[in-house]
Design a protein around this ligand. Sequence first.
Ligand SMILES: CC(C)(COP(=O)(O)OP(=O)(O)OC[C@H]1O[C@@H](n2cnc3c(N)ncnc32)[C@H](O)[C@@H]1OP(=O)(O)O)[C@@H](O)C(=O)NCCC(=O)NCCS
Length: 422
Amino acid sequence: MKLEDVLAALHEDEALEVFQPHWDESEASLGPELPFFLQPDQVSFHSKWCGFGTEAETALQEAACHIARNPALLHLAWHCYRLLYEHTDYNRMVEWPTLEAALGELGGAFYILVTMAMIPRVLAVHRSMGVPEDVTRDTCLQVSCVAGNYARMTGGRLGVTLNTIYWMRHYPAGRLFRLGRMEYKIEPYHGGVEVYRRRASGDVIALAPDGVRFNGAGYVDGAGGVFDEKCSWTSTLTYDDEAVTGYPISPAGMAVRHRVRLPLAEWERVLAKGDLILDMHIPAGGGMTPEKCGDSLRRGVDFFRRFFPDKPFRAVTCVSWIFNTQLEEIELSSDNLVRFQRELYLYPVPSTGSDGLWFIFLSPSVDPATAPRDTSLRCAVADFLAAGNIWRGGGMFFLTEHLDRFGTQYYRSHWPPPGLGL
Ligand SMILES: CC(C)(COP(=O)(O)OP(=O)(O)OC[C@H]1O[C@@H](n2cnc3c(N)ncnc32)[C@H](O)[C@@H]1OP(=O)(O)O)[C@@H](O)C(=O)NCCC(=O)NCCS
């Protein structure tokens, strides 16, 4: 079929440019059989792996039936599947139409079926690596997790958030795995701090990169476009043959305006931009008790050491709203997040003023006056914003050598390292 005819039949003519790339290849590769991800037994198989219950599965079967009977939908579904999982340089998924004209409320289910088509690829790559089945099961849950966000955004409808659908490509690539509460992949560290470890005692100190402007409180200046004209200052980081000299970051997450010199005979560098790290991601779902977080960190490190022995790493890192030190200032129904923060070495990062608010309110812009307040987290953050505060993100690292100290607030309890005048 021609793309123009497909889109005309679906009343989606304006999506021509979005779907044009690779259309002819999709048409050439579509055989006479129903695409595998629309076949009833496969829909059932995929939805179980992805963590959907029977009610959702019934709706997905219904949507698959509609698509199978409508050639325009069928050709488009095959094309979307290929754009998502074959043409990984294609990145216009966020512009894909809702398909409500053709499918009504089942428009979102169309994209779940497409997303779930990753399952055979994920199973094949995990089996070829020898990944334990419980890890594969947990990893595939991300599809229903994302569908949960969509349901919360739309009053309970089935669907996936198209702004995050690109994320699914990590799973068939065999690079992102869920171990307990969190997901991880190995990446080069994007930077944010340089970390030194005192050889004799194991004390740890992070130094700010060169040229970062901090406000008087030690956070990166300019969050939300607001600058500290009176008290801001700029970090330096210099090296000579014998030492590194720079500004420390306290493990509580802010820069300290007191330059320190670390002799390299005494201090070794253990984390710098470009080093391989275990990059942590936090799927939605609550229940981030320190026990679950510690368990996940340990399992994550073990797993990646075992399956990626050629990619050694010494730290787990993450940048997220979840490491925003302002969470100490707001009251939630549980103290899970601040307890987790206190186990980690936090550091300041540049903030737009709305970092991570999408994950809390599931909306591109948040007006505290009208934002939903159906959970204590949403209430507390909306109140905090309404009071005129500017929301920040935060960064964290945790050195793998301290895994057995998780639960002891290791970095804070060993701060400041002696002898540096801090
Ligand atoms: C929000 C989140 C960090 C909460 O973890 P937690 O502190 O262990 O959560 P709890 O289970 O103790 O719940 C605390 C409150 O937050 C609410 N909550 C949990 N997840 C939520 C979410 N994604 N959005 C809004 N509120 C949420 C809970 O309903 C609870 O409110 P209640 O007291 O009214 O019932 C996390 O679990 C989550 O789901 N985050 C979404 C994913 C995310 O932001 N990832 C990082 C991307 S950079």
